[in-house]
Every structure is written in C-alpha cells, then in structure tokens.
Design a protein around this ligand. Structure first.
Ligand code: FMN
Length: 157
C-alpha cells in the first residue's frame, strides 16, 4: 500500500522531539548550520550519534565533505535560532559561538553541545543518515529544552 507523503509527515509529527542546530565549517572556513529534529543517540561504546539530512538541503555538500561537526541542542529560549537556521545556513550574525576543539562553531546558550568526528554516512532515501563519533560534550542541565511536536514548537511547563 502506498503511503501518502502528507499523511506520513503528519504521523511522524506525532513523535515529540527536541531541536538542534548542526554546525560545521565549510571548505573556505565559513561557519554553516542547519536546524534538525532528527538527532538521536545511537551507541554508548563507541559513543555515536546520528541525524538525517535532506539531499536537497543547501548544506548537503558541506556535510558530505566535512570531517567534523557539532550538534547544538537548543534551549527553550533559542526558538529564533531554530527558525533562522532552517532558512539560512549562514545565520551567524548576532549568534554567540566559540570554535570547538576541531574548529566547528559551538553555539552559546544551548542545553548541550556535542562535538563529533564524522563516522559514517548511510543512504536514507531522499535523506542521508550521518553518524558522528562523539569527541567533546558540554551540558547545561539548568536550561529547559525547545520541543517540536505536530509541526509546532513547545516547551515543558
Ligand atoms: C524544527 C525543524 C526540524 C528540521 N529537521 C530537519 C532534519 O532533521 N533534517 C533535515 O534535512 N532538515 C530538517 N529541517 C529543515 C532544514 O532546517 C532546512 O529548512 C532545509 O534543509 C532547507 O534548507 P535550505 O533552504 O538551505 O536548502 C528541519 C526544520 C525545522 C524547522
């Protein structure tokens, strides 16, 4: 039975997630980033995480090329960042960030930052699945997460 894409999207939206901006430096050294909610942990030993990236995304060639990237898990106060990095990969104006240990932009004010070395890239249909081996972690457990559910943002009350 063929699954209607709109219905499939609606059903997947029933699964509440956090929101992250995955950042890297492109070939010329410019910082770049993309909003994702497909981030998930994969393995503890070795420590692996993954996210899926649309083959049509403007940042797709960059993430195929890079050796390292950072996953920046957004706090409830960073909703504007989610919207900005969903529209513009170079939306770093007025965004506080530092260079991580492998040069990737590590965004300030997140609830977690996970610096990774690219471990593997798998076919995922119209997306690719990018696995990263975790190299550095930063955590701010006092902050609240930004949530994504049924196509809209939310927070814990
Ligand atoms: C909350 C949210 C979650 C998203 N999750 C993903 C994702 O997991 N993978 C992905 O490829 N794009 C995801 N996107 C879309 C990208 O952020 C971006 O909009 C898309 O790649 C188009 O970018 P472009 O115009 O630069 O090509 C998400 C967008 C939003 C707002």
């Amino acid at each position: 039975m063929a699954i209607d894409p709109r219905r499939f999207r609606e059903v997947c939206g029933q699964y509440a997630t956090g929101v992250a901006v995955v950042t890297a430096r492109c070939g010329e050294g410019r910082p770049t980033g993309v909003t994702v909610n497909s981030f998930t942990s994969v393995s503890l030993d070795p420590p692996l995480i993954q996210f899926s990236l649309d083959r049509k995304a403007s940042v797709f060639p960059v993430f195929l090329d890079v050796t390292h990237f950072a996953v920046n898990v957004l706090s409830s106060e960073q909703r504007p960042l989610s919207s900005r990095f969903a529209l513009k990969s170079d939306a770093f104006e007025e965004v506080g960030y530092a260079a991580g240990s492998h040069g990737c932009p590590v965004l300030e004010g997140c609830i977690a930052n996970i610096e990774c070395e690219k471990f593997a890239v798998y076919d995922g249909g119209d997306h690719v699945i990018i696995l990263g081996r975790v190299k550095e972690v930063h955590c701010a457990p006092a902050n609240e997460p930004l949530l994504f559910f049924r196509g809209g943002y939310g927070t814990f009350t």
